[in-house]
Design a protein around this ligand. Sequence first.
Ligand code: SAH
Length: 283
Amino acid sequence: MIPFTLVACNFRYYAHSSSLSHSSPISSSLSHTAFASIEPFFSLLTGIFLSQKMKQFWSPSSINKNKAMVENLQNHDIVTSDEVAKAMEAVDRGVFVTDRSSAYVDSPMSIGYNVTISAPHMHAMCLQLLEKHLKPGMRVLDVGSGTGYLTACFAVMVGTEGRAIGVEHIPELVASSVKNIEASAASPFLKEGSLAVHVGDGRQGWAEFAPYDAIHVGAAAPEIPEALIDQLKPGGRLVIPVGNIFQDLQVVDKNSDGSVSIKNETSVRYVPLTSREAQLRGD
Ligand code: SAH
């Protein structure tokens, strides 16, 4: 059975508080007719299919282990590569959330400060979109790193010769993400320095280790920040939710001449990429 209370919870977020709605396909908000009438048809279908497929199989009682979570994502063709599967299997999502019993349920969860950890299928989808840019030795920037879960998966994929950099503007989240990572399979990367998480405004990227092969943004920007495009390597890929109430997960590929190609992957709902003050006010 789908964890109804969580879905209902999400709906409440969507309906009443844009600051809490976060990083899941919009399908669980479909009863909110304003969304249903305006969203592009195919993007909407993507969300519906994804959600319906997951609903048939996700159960908090039976699927409470990280490996089973990854297997389900594979069974539903959300995780399609061995590299992503291995990284998600290695990094136990349970150590990144306080309510471990809900860690493997396909839903975003509150992590305080008006934000949430993304749902597993959103993490998986972003890992898949970036997979070819997360080979050993490559550099990746995770903007809005929150719990550190995805930064940890990135670090496992790029290995000790690569670099995985998280940037998060809430210092308390950076501190807790470091503790989470220390408790995970990515701990050695943190110790030896190929993984680091910094306090900062992610809209400026993190120039120190630019250019990056891959940039992931875990919060929705009204438009793509110029600094992130500047810090992308030619041949590199940026995955970023763009929009305000209506958002698209955009895939931005930088061509060898420095120009970019942008495509919309699917409709999503993430918390805003904003100032710390606006986020804490709940704007
Ligand atoms: N991907 C993370 C967190 C997603 S929530 C996870 O799944 O755990 C989005 C995160 O972006 C939040 O932690 C929020 O604090 C952060 N954020 C929002 N605006 C930001 C900004 N301007 N700079 C850095 N981080 C930001």
